[in-house]
Design a protein. Structure first.
Length: 445
């Protein structure tokens, strides 16, 4: 499908000589089935099912060091190895909910390289000995869902899916399941509940999905970007993959960069690339709009701890960001300049988490409500002297006490804002006492 002038503005190039995931930047029209085949498409699947055992494929992925791109960064091959022996059926679920604020790389993968995702699902399903896979896609992604369904139909028509793949006796069916647009369904147990037709709320763990997942059977859940890496690893080998990135964070990551940068978009870069380079290099975002100064960087979606201009030399990998008190998360990098108010940013983010709370546990359901209530009061010129200790009290009662990570995520923006910019809260409350309201509204336009 040709790229429009508007779309091309947000599909920037990057200095990688060869992309692993965003291969649409290297190969024109790779979303077309025949073009994908001409460039080695489904060859990795053939190699896997005709030349290797499932255990061989699992070992290759382990050796590659591939880590899950959904947030936690857990080693993918190790996760596959948690499946109990001899228990069937097994299921593979592809998490395409992509609801973390600031994250949008799944769109480009599905729109411009869908067959590599499908091939990755097929190889991964073979590796874990599953005959049924589901792609759980966010309901609003209607166009993307139709493109996936069309690409899956093409793979069926050529014998890459269905019965007796490559004459080996291996069978696999893939279905696209559309969710209803709930952020919580990006959490893997809530995703399974939704897929089973229940209310999208998280399950108590243990048991973990690898032991008792979908319909109570062993289940592996990986996200879109993770699975899209698999064909290139199987085709080229673990050593080839490890030439990118760092020792503990091998490979590349697709960073979705938005905010006050000159050139927002998806950039695939090796793990270990400095944050400063992503923001200011002409190969990536080309600096800040209007040449304003960096004030806040949220490096891994709204759930990640904030960084400031003093942290720009941090490398973008799991270990370095953890050492800074943040996380890589989904790779959604939000860059904001000095014109924004930290109070307003925290308010907008926690308003999102309040709206998306499923209400299952009291600390999240009530805590997000109170955080937003107090932040709304401060940002609208009615702050009180006791609001700052009240905010600390509320988020401390939430931290470590929520049923799942949504409530824990809601703590992060307010804790980051109070730690890094306490004077802005104090000033906003003082101005409220003087009848003034000078807080600058967050804007990324």
């Amino acid at each position: 499908m040709p790229v429009s002038a508007l779309e091309s503005e947000f599909l920037p190039m990057s200095p990688l000589a060869e992309h692993i995931v965003l291969r649409d930047l290297d190969i024109e029209n790779i979303a077309d089935f025949d073009v994908y085949l001409q460039h080695g498409g489904y060859e990795a699947l053939r190699i896997a099912v005709t030349e290797r055992t499932p255990a061989d494929v699992v070992q290759t992925v382990k050796d590659s060091g591939l880590r899950g791109r959904g947030g936690a960064g857990f080693p993918t091959g190790v996760k596959w190895g948690f499946l109990p022996k001899g228990v069937y059926p097994r299921y593979l679920l592809c998490n395409c909910d992509e609801s973390e604020p600031g994250t949008f790389n799944n769109h480009q993968i599905i729109d411009r390289n869908p067959h590599q995702l499908i091939e990755g699902i097929a190889i991964s399903a073979y590796a874990i000995e599953a005959n049924l896979a589901y792609i759980y896609i966010r309901g609003e992604f209607a166009v993307a869902a139709r493109r996936l369904e069309r690409a899956i139909a093409q793979a069926y028509a050529r014998g890459f899916l269905g019965r007796n793949i490559f004459g080996t006796g291996y069978d696999l069916d893939i279905y696209v399941h559309r969710g209803a647009g709930a952020y919580i369904c990006g959490e893997e147990t809530a995703l399974m509940e939704s897929l089973e037709g229940k209310i999208g709320q998280p399950r108590l763990r243990p048991p973990f999905p690898a032991v008792a997942g979908l319909y109570g059977k062993p289940t592996i859940i990986n996200n879109v970007e993770t699975l899209t890496n698999v064909p290139m690893i199987v085709r080229h080998g673990a050593a080839w993959y490890r030439q990118f990135g760092t020792e503990k964070s091998p490979g590349t990551k697709v960073f979705s960069i938005s905010g006050h940068v000159k050139r927002p978009g998806n950039y695939e870069a090796p793990f270990g690339t400095p944050l400063r380079e992503l923001i200011f290099s002409p190969d990536y975002c080309q600096g800040m709009r209007g040449n304003h100064n960096v004030k806040i960087v949220v490096p891994g979606g709204a759930s990640a701890g904030w960084l400031t201009a003093d942290d720009l030399d941090v490398t973008m990998d799991y270990e370095a960001l953890a050492a800074k008190g943040s996380m890589l998360g989904s790779g959604g990098v939000i860059v904001l300049d000095e014109r924004v108010s930290a109070v307003e940013v925290a308010y907008k983010m926690d308003e999102f988490f309040k709206h998306e709370s499923c209400g299952k546990c009291t600390p999240c359901r009530e805590g997000t409500y109170f955080l937003v209530k107090v932040l709304h009061r401060i940002t609208h010129g009615h702050g009180r002297q006791d609001d700052i200790p009240l905010l600390h009290d509320v988020y401390n009662q939430m931290a470590g006490n929520c049923f799942c990570l949504l409530g824990e995520s809601a703590v992060v923006p307010i804790r980051s804002a109070l730690r890094l910019f306490p004077h802005e809260f104090e000033r906003a409350i003082a101005q409220a006492g003087n009848g003034r309201h000078d807080i600058i509204t967050l804007s990324v336009h």
